[in-house]
Design a protein around this ligand. Structure first.
Ligand code: SAJ
Length: 415
């Protein structure tokens, strides 16, 4: 069976590789020629645990090919981004053009699956009309479904296989047909439902997490005012069997939690104040961090900024709170030495430096991402090279042993 995956990013490429590994003939399509060339050589353009190995295997075995051009297939999977603009509105342009680009190659009886995260009712109100405008009777001729991806970056290859999968069909038969495809690669449950229910379930998963993190971040603000150890409070409250407060941080990043809640807000603004407030709280965290920096170092001092990726042990900087924090710190006239052992220079516009270059002459190490490399830092070098040995750890990930290093996290920010 032939599968055509449109979009070879963080979701499309692993999905293509996993289907290819299961024996499908997979064509991966992307608009980026560099990406196509790399994949056809068995290489990858993004960091994800185990991905390079699988891609190399399936390309060598002739099961995965990459191309700039769509070809006929039995199954089409759309995995292109759905960004937002103006901090509220969803840009469906990539999904719409991907659908339009496959239409000339779709045949009666094909399965078309949208994996991209989309606002509620997009399948019904946007995708179906595109097909119908070109003469298709979607209910009769093709099997259209929304099957949202739910994998966690850093664990994508594991979760693609093990997670429960939700398949929302435009018709019950479409849900069944699409679910049967996923049952070939998923060991978890594959649940069939309506397209709109699948759309909303996906959005609520990420929104739940965003709102929960906002609660933790608000607790940090309250605690810093009242002189309470916020991290300890979370740890203790979570001892309760039905409480699971998430962890605070410098803000919420990534292409999912920081984006998906807006898909709901956009559709039902008057009745989603909690979701909108949570977004505002999480978006305010970079300002909170920068305000606290002002309390612990001198004006215009150098800061060693550790971690640009939106979370630990990945190279993805999309919506990373670190980017906003850099902007704010620069506006305030601080000097920056930016260090991230996972992010490569071509991903960002400002210069990245080594650990040593970042800390030399700095008055504070500001930790914004919990990369493994930050868990234990070279304390001798910190003591010797920094102007003052201070660490402000917004991710509570650095293990400090030396008594000469002043360490702040969300437990002792107020002191
Ligand atoms: N974060 C916190 N505190 C926490 C957990 C996370 O501040 O307790 C921050 C992270 O530092 C990061 C952001 O939230 O900046 C998002 O990280 P994440 O690990 O929560 O999630 P993502 O964006 O990498 O992946 C999420 C996952 N969704 C859920 O866990 C409900 C993943 O399963 C989805 O597939 C993915 O979104 C997606 O593509 O939608």
């Amino acid at each position: 069976m032939n599968i055509c995956v449109v979009g070879l990013g963080y979701i499309g490429l692993p999905t293509a590789a996993v289907f290819a590994r299961a024996g499908f003939n997979v064509l991966g399509v992307d608009v980026n020629e560099r990406v196509i060339n790399l994949i056809n050589k068995g290489k990858v353009h993004l960091e994800e645990v185990g991905l390079h190995k699988v891609v190399q295997e399936v390309v060598d075995a002739g099961k995965l090919r990459a191309s700039l051009k769509i070809e006929e297939a039995d199954v089409f999977i759309i995995a292109v981004p759905t960004p937002i603009y103006d901090n509220l509105n969803v840009n469906l342009q990539y999904v719409i053009s991907a659908i339009k680009s496959i239409i000339p190659y779709v045949k009666k009886g094909n399965i078309v699956i949208v994996e991209s995260t989309i606002p509620p009712k997009t399948i019904d109100d946007v995708i179906v009309p595109i097909f119908e405008a070109t003469g298709w009777n979607v209910k009769e001729d093709i099997y259209l479904a929304h099957c949202p991806e739910r994998v966690l970056p850093g664990r994508i290859l594991v979760e693609l296989v093990e997670n429960t999968r939700i398949v929302g069909g435009y018709t019950p038969l479409a849900a069944y047909k699409a679910a049967e495809i996923y049952r070939k690669i998923v060991t978890g449950e594959v649940i069939e439902t309506q397209a709109v229910t699948a759309e909303m379930s996906k959005l609520m998963e990420n929104t739940y997490r965003d709102v929960n993190i906002a609660l933790a971040n608000e607790l940090v603000k309250i605690s810093s005012q009242l002189g309470i150890n916020a991290l300890e409070v979370i740890k203790l409250a979570n001892q309760h069997p039905r409480v699971n407060i998430h962890l605070p941080g410098p803000g919420v990043g990534g292409h999912c939690l920081a984006v998906d809640p807006y898909f709901i807000i956009e559709k039902a603004q008057e009745v989603s104040p909690l979701i909108a407030n949570a977004r505002q709280i999480n978006n305010s965290m970079p300002h909170f961090v920068v305000d606290h920096i002002g309390k612990i170092i001198n004006e215009g001092a150098k800061i060693a900024l550790f971690g640009l990726a939106y979370k630990g042990n990945i190279d993805d900087v999309r919506e990373s709170p670190a980017i906003k924090i850099i902007e704010l710190l620069k506006e305030k006239g601080y000097q920056l030495g930016i260090y991230d052992p996972h992010v490569t220079q071509e991903k960002v516009t400002f210069p990245l430096v080594s650990f040593e270059e970042a800390i030399v002459g700095a008055e504070c190490i500001l930790v914004l991402t919990d990369h493994n490399e930050f868990k234990s830092l070279d304390e001798r070098s910190i003591e010797l090279n920094m102007e003052q040995p201070v660490i402000f750890d917004t991710k509570d990930c650095v293990n400090v042993i030396s008594n000469n290093i002043i360490y702040y996290n969300y437990n002792n920010l107020f002191k």
